[in-house]
Design a protein around this ligand. Structure first.
Ligand code: NAI
Length: 463
């Protein structure tokens, strides 16, 4: 039988398996779900297509989904984020995975397409950044004549997705519409993908229910923040070995990822400045002790520039031209358009090593660009540690179970998991770090107006 996976090197599976075994010891939430649901297999019959960074932590997520009875096929959501030994371990265990670190954009969409190729097609999507959802919904609109294939491509990225859609339409007419109609729902991992879902809902183009995993408190207030706190500096160090202490670093954006990123750089000894557009986040940054500046005012003096906004064109060509020699430029937001990388294409590039390039500006000054502007903590390092990803992925598994069991009861809207599940995810992670939870007595519970077993906060509480 032809092999049903694409990985860099299947002989890396043994190494991947050893790291997976270690990761399991740091992912108590996922292991508790295996324990709790392993017998009942609540995901029996679910055919899940996953599009999420193919790392060691994701491998533990995949094997939790299969332990709960799901059939799973997987692609990475980013061309640089795969850990090839993780992909090999998953493939060797029999889950079709299509992911190679350093794959091209054309391969990216081809691999995503392959991850949909269950015999009867998938019925659930687990997405990170929304590419799997976009592929099906855009394809279905093109198929229905609602979107003009010829007029749209404006970038290499868009060209690649439209080429793949065209190919699939030719090979399997009507395929996108069929896929769209049999998907029961999607659970979405990240801020950027969640933006896309609310936008689809607003335009009346969301054809199935969606669960916004990102805005579970135990996701965005932990992974986006404490995750980046560990993995941002890890990425910069592995890429450049630069001395961080004493350097001036600028963090663009002070949302959850920005807060973790600024803390990461400060922890390494850098002098950190922040840019923001939202006065609330700007005030938070200032009161956390960071100088809040305009990018233009620090552009020729800072050493390290990191974008965390999920917005486009934050560091533009005129900024990069004004930077001092050997400034380090990187992004930790979901897409590479935070930095105008496309406008650097006609400059002189010198590749230093994988995912590290030196680019010469007209003035003769050079910048060091990390992961071609794609999220550097996954491109230059290995992403967040297992423990914090356990909280994120426990939410993912709960969302998949909910969509599979009760998806039919939801409207085509975007939902957040209920607070008692959020609190449960946190509770599952306390013992591992030796945290002991105080119990409310009934009088105290009544006094603050909650049940002794929770939920402990009203919906409007912000943490
Ligand atoms: P967020 O919405 O909490 O924060 C973004 C912040 O950027 C906001 O406070 C916003 O006001 C600010 N901002 C927007 N435009 C700006 C501009 N032009 N200049 C300065 N500030 C600006 O979003 P969150 O959760 O922090 O996510 C940010 C990005 O990171 C998203 O793309 C998300 O998908 C991604 N992400 C990446 C992770 C990783 O491991 N690399 C982990 C989690 C999220």
């Amino acid at each position: 039988m032809a092999k049903d996976y694409v990985v860099k090197d299947i002989t890396l599976a043994g190494y991947g398996r050893k790291e997976l075994d270690i990761a399991e010891t740091e992912m108590p939430g996922l292991m508790a779900l295996r324990e709790k649901y392993g017998k009942d297999k609540p995901l029996s019959g679910a055919r899940i297509v996953g599009s999420l960074h193919m790392t060691i932590q994701t491998a533990v997520l995949i094997e939790t989904l299969t332990a709960l009875g799901a059939d799973v096929r997987w692609a990475s959501c980013n061309i640089f984020s795969t850990q090839d030994h993780a992909a090999a371990a998953v493939a060797e265990a029999g889950v079709p995975v299509f992911a190679v670190k350093g794959q091209t954009l054309v391969e990216h969409w081809d691999y995503l397409d392959r991850s949909f190729m269950f015999e009867d097609g998938p019925n659930l999507i687990l997405d990170d950044g929304g590419d799997a959802t976009l592929y099906i919904l855009l394809g279905a609109r093109v198929e229905a004549g609602e979107e003009d294939l010829i007029a749209v491509p404006t970038s290499e990225e868009e060209q690649a997705i439209f080429d793949q859609i065209r190919k699939r339409m030719k090979e399997t007419p009507g395929w996108f519409g069929r896929m769209r109609d049999q998907i029961k729902g999607v659970s979405e991992e990240t801020t950027t993908g969640v933006h896309r879902l609310y936008d689809l809902k607003k335009k009346g183009q969301l054809p199935f229910p969606a669960i916004n995993v990102n805005d579970s408190v135990t996701k965005s207030k932990f992974d986006n923040k404490y995750g980046c706190k560990e993995s941002l500096v890890d990425g910069i160090r592995r890429a450049t070995d630069t001395m961080m202490a004493g350097k001036v670093a600028v963090v663009c954006g002070y949302g959850d990822v920005g807060k973790g990123s600024a803390a990461s750089l400060r922890g390494a000894g850098a002098r950190v400045k922040v840019t923001e557009v939202d006065p609330i986040c700007a005030l938070q940054a200032a009161m956390d002790g960071f100088e809040v500046v305009l990018l233009e005012d620090v552009i020729d003096s800072a050493d390290i520039f990191i974008t965390t906004t999920g917005n486009r064109d934050v560091i533009r060509i005129e900024h990069m031209r004004a930077m001092k020699d050997m400034a380090i430029v990187g992004n930790i937001g979901h897409f590479d358009n935070e930095i105008q990388v496309a406008s650097l294409k006609n400059h002189k590039w010198t590749n230093i090593k994988d995912q590290v390039d030196m680019i010469e500006m007209p003035s003769g000054n050079r910048i060091i660009l990390l992961s071609e502007g794609r999220l550097l903590n996954l491109g230059n390092a290995t992403g967040h540690p297992s423990f914090v990803m356990s909280a994120s992925f426990t939410n993912q598994v709960l969302a998949q179970i909910e969509l599979w069991r009760n998806g039919g009861e939801y409207e085509n809207d975007v939902y957040i998991l209920p607070k008692h599940l959020d609190e449960m995810v946190a509770a599952l992670h306390l013992e591992k770090i030796g945290a002991k939870l105080t119990k409310l007595d009934p009088e105290q519970a009544a006094y603050i107006g909650v049940a002794p077993e929770g939920p402990f906060k009203p919906e409007h509480y912000r943490y």
